[in-house]
Design a protein around this ligand. Structure first.
Ligand code: FUC
Length: 799
């Protein structure tokens, strides 16, 4: 289909949800297109399609689809199609209490050893008495593969495999022996099934055998109604028996052809069209209860989806998905149109292989849209939060258990949720935080004799909250406190006081824990955590354990501050608010060390630390995601943070690069942020399917990079909306629509020749709006629901 750019944009406005592209921005965006009258091919729009000329030879080339609960990696083979399947509650183990009964008695001695600087002895004692039982948590696991085996064709031409981010549909098409075949697959939220559709341009051409394969303890059988069933149990790990039961059903619906069943396969011959509906469910009710009937649940979804035509399933899926996806549009234009056109017309794997920054800004835009696609596909109300691999994992023993590492990785997964207008995707995270606030109460009581709740550096589907993986990595009591920042962010971005009221008891209980466990350090009498670590970094050889690392103090500054502010907004708990503000004043201040750096620990140990280039940049939490360090309010700390970041160096694993993109954006250095984005998009850190590589695959880098791009274009953490705070010089022309800013705003903006050309702000509450562009700042009153358009000098051009 040939359409003009303007008609594409116009069409988008009709389906957009909370954000609307205004007519004036529409004209700006349209006029910033290479040529207003140029006809572009919507089917190959380079910012929204990943495509390949060959089937996936390995998992990191396959294309992910997901509905937040069901996930599949589509391989697109010609002899055999493989859909590697996931369901978000298929985990190893079962409900379990990890807390060590020996911990509390050992706590005074651990603290004494830390303050006496006997770090090895303190770590050994944590390992012996304080660590979880077992000392590691349970992994997220694959369900298995659905395999479609086709007769081997003699001659294949015109193969193309793609993932269309506008539609959340993965397609495969080719011509075999003169017949054109097409397959498409999507995961539906409204119908809770994965749908695979096969067609050919000649009737009677579709023949294949359908089977399951799984590494789990499982069995395959044939059910009435052309349905194949895989039923099994999640694995055992760390001495905990596998308790989750799952059922995966695949039903074949055909037009024409013959179907027959063997013991564990279904064979279809000479059909005109085939739809395969895949339904998976488990016995998981919640983290303590596995009494659900997996098969009955899977059958219910299958029966209900079977009542709908393929067209109807597809349309319902599109409506649901596009409501979220189309809220945000990013175009980064090009400084060299000819080069971009050539780069953007290449298959995605070849673009990654050739990527060198300025040469293909549209790949950056594609990566941004893909990151939003991955969040929409892996985190939806009713499902589990995005794990280290989102929803997609082909193993029963994935790296780091593909679980939740809450000393950076899970938080990073959700950085783009508010800024890129995907607040609904927060829902599974908020449910998990709520469950952790219950499970973590037991850990607070058992390990610390404290009130409130705690979660250390990892959690799993069983909501383990005790320290795990060894004292050096796991003795960090701040995971729950950091997660609470997301609850406060939600309020800051939405001003939703009703949601804050729901979240407040969880935040308050997290703060209560720290009021109980903070201790006075002997030198300055500051209130500190002890024992703790600055995540995963040793301040001396083999020693990470310490008291009051900078990150802990920064997180507590935020937690105490946000709980106090929430109690004021909700007009409750005035005495508790007083306790919090007294304790907050006694937290250690951020300190600048001998190299002019922001100190990572209470003592100036940075220069002698075990790894000066360590991937974690924990003490820079104060710069991002927090806003305790800013250019205009804390200039000395701002310079010190930059010094620390420079000393750490650029090169690191995927998620660390992604964090640094956000940090350089907050340092208002767009070119440096862009340099790191370029590093992240090269094959060392980005797989052919654009999954971020730790290596191996970890999705946090995808999400962190989306957040980084948003921070380069728009910031809102100091009570003002800062437009284009870190625009790199290679992004000379571009536009973005639908980003969210704190204070309840939605912002569209466009720029040309590296300067703002136009912005639109939509207010969700009435009040005063402050906007910054460079050194220019304007403030004006806004009314709920109204749009305000500004020109290149921030002059209002219409209300
Ligand atoms: C933390 C990081 C590792 C990895 C793991 C999942 O432990 O230090 O690099 O990302 O989480």
């Amino acid at each position: 289909m040939k359409v003009t750019r303007r008609s594409v944009l116009k069409a988008l406005t009709t389906t957009m949800g909370a954000s609307a592209l205004t007519d004036s921005l529409l004209s700006v965006a349209a006029s910033s297109a290479p040529d207003r009258n140029t006809v572009i091919d919507s089917e190959s729009a380079p910012n929204a399609i990943l495509w390949y000329e060959q089937p996936a030879a390995q998992w990191l080339e396959a294309l992910p689809i997901g509905n937040g609960r069901l996930g599949a990696m589509v391989h697109g083979g010609m002899d055999q199609e493989k859909l590697q399947l996931n369901e978000g509650t298929v985990w190893a183990g079962g409900p379990h209490d990890y807390d060590s009964p020996k911990a509390l008695a050992a706590l005074p001695e651990i603290r004494r050893l830390v303050f006496a600087e006997k770090w090895s002895e303190a770590q050994n004692l944590v390992d012996a008495k304080f660590l979880g039982r077992p000392g590691g948590q349970m992994p997220y696991q694959t369900v298995g593969d659905l395999l479609l085996t086709f007769p081997t064709p003699a001659l294949i031409t015109g193969y193309r495999r793609e993932l269309n981010l506008e539609e959340a549909i993965a397609c495969v098409s080719y011509t075999a022996d003169g017949i054109h075949f097409h397959r498409e697959a999507f995961a539906s939220v409204p119908h809770q099934v994965i749908v695979l559709r096969l067609t050919a341009d000649k009737p009677g051409s579709l023949s294949f055998r359908l089977g399951f394969d799984s590494p789990q303890q499982s069995a395959v059988s044939v059910y009435p109604g052309n349905t194949l069933a895989l039923q099994g149990t999640g694995g055992s790990a760390g001495g905990i028996g596998g308790a989750i039961r799952f059922a995966a059903l695949a039903r074949i619906l055909t037009k024409g052809g013959h179907l027959h069943a063997d013991k564990d396969t279904l064979t279809i011959e000479r059909a005109d069209e085939v739809t395969v509906l895949i339904s998976i469910a488990t016995s998981y009710n919640d983290y303590q209860n596995l009494e659900g009937d997996a098969l009955a649940r899977a059958q219910a979804h299958l029966e209900s989806a079977s009542q709908h035509s393929y067209t109807n399933l597809r349309q319902t899926h599109l409506r649901d998905y596009q409501l979220l996806f189309k809220r945000v549009r990013l175009s980064l234009g090009s400084s060299d149109r000819a080069a971009t056109a050539i780069a953007a017309n290449k298959p995605t794997d070849k673009r990654v292989a050739a990527f060198q920054g300025g040469s293909d800004p549209q790949l950056v835009a594609l990566h941004f849209h893909y990151g939003r696609y991955l969040l929409i596909s892996s985190s939806r109300p009713g499902g589990q939060p995005a794990t280290l691999q989102g929803l997609w994992n082909d193993s029963v023993t994935p790296p780091w258990g593909s679980k939740y590492t809450v000393n950076i990785n899970t938080e990073m997964n959700y950085w783009p949720a508010p800024t890129t207008n995907l607040l609904e995707c927060y829902a599974p995270l908020f449910k998990m935080i709520s469950e952790l606030s219950v499970a973590g109460k037991r850990t607070a009581r058992t390990l610390y004799g404290a009130q409130g709740w705690v979660c250390h550096h990892n959690t799993d589907i069983w909501r383990g909250t005790a320290p795990v993986d060894g004292a050096f990595w796991g003795m960090w009591p701040m995971g729950g406190a950091w997660l609470c920042k997301n609850l406060w962010d939600h309020y800051e971005f939405t001003q939703d006081i009703a949601a804050l009221k729901t979240h407040y008891p969880i935040m308050k209980s997290a703060a209560l824990f720290f009021l109980d466990i903070l201790v006075e350090e002997p030198t300055h009498r500051w209130l500190v955590t002890c024992p703790s670590i600055s995540p995963e970094n040793g301040h001396h050889p083999n020693a990470s354990i310490c008291a009051g690392p900078t990150m802990d103090n920064q997180i507590l500054h935020d937690l105490f501050g946000s709980v106090a502010e929430a109690s004021r907004l909700l007009n409750t708990d005035s005495e508790f608010r007083e306790r919090l503000s007294t304790a907050r004043k006694l937290l250690p201040p951020m300190q600048i060390g001998r190299q002019g750096q922001l100190q990572e620990w209470l003592e100036d140990w940075d220069a002698g630390a075990e790894e000066v280039h360590h991937r974690h940049v924990s003490h820079l939490y104060g710069l991002f995601p927090s806003s305790q360090i800013t250019r205009r309010s804390t200039p000395a700390l701002f310079d010190a943070a930059r010094r620390s970041l420079e000393t750490r160096g650029d090169m690191a694993t995927g998620w660390s690069l992604a964090w640094k993109i956000n940090l350089w954006a907050r340092l208002e250095d767009g070119n440096r942020a862009c340099k790191l984005l370029t590093d992240l998009l090269t094959p060392e850190h980005t797989a052919p399917n654009l999954f971020d590589l730790h290596p191996p695959f970890q999705i946090d880098g995808n999400f962190g990079a989306v957040s980084g791009v948003a921070e380069m274009l728009l910031q809102s953490h100091v009570g003002e909306i800062h437009l284009l705070p870190a625009l790199p010089s290679v992004w000379t022309t571009g536009s973005v629509t639908g980003l969210r800013a704190r204070g309840g705003y939605i912002v569209d903006l466009a720029w040309k020749d590296s300067s703002l050309s136009h912005a639109t702000v939509q207010a969700s509450i009435s009040g005063l709006c402050t906007i910054r562009l460079g050194e220019r700042v304007v403030t004006f009153p806004v009314q709920k629901g109204k749009h305000y358009s500004l020109d290149a000098k921030l002059t209002r051009i219409s209300d």
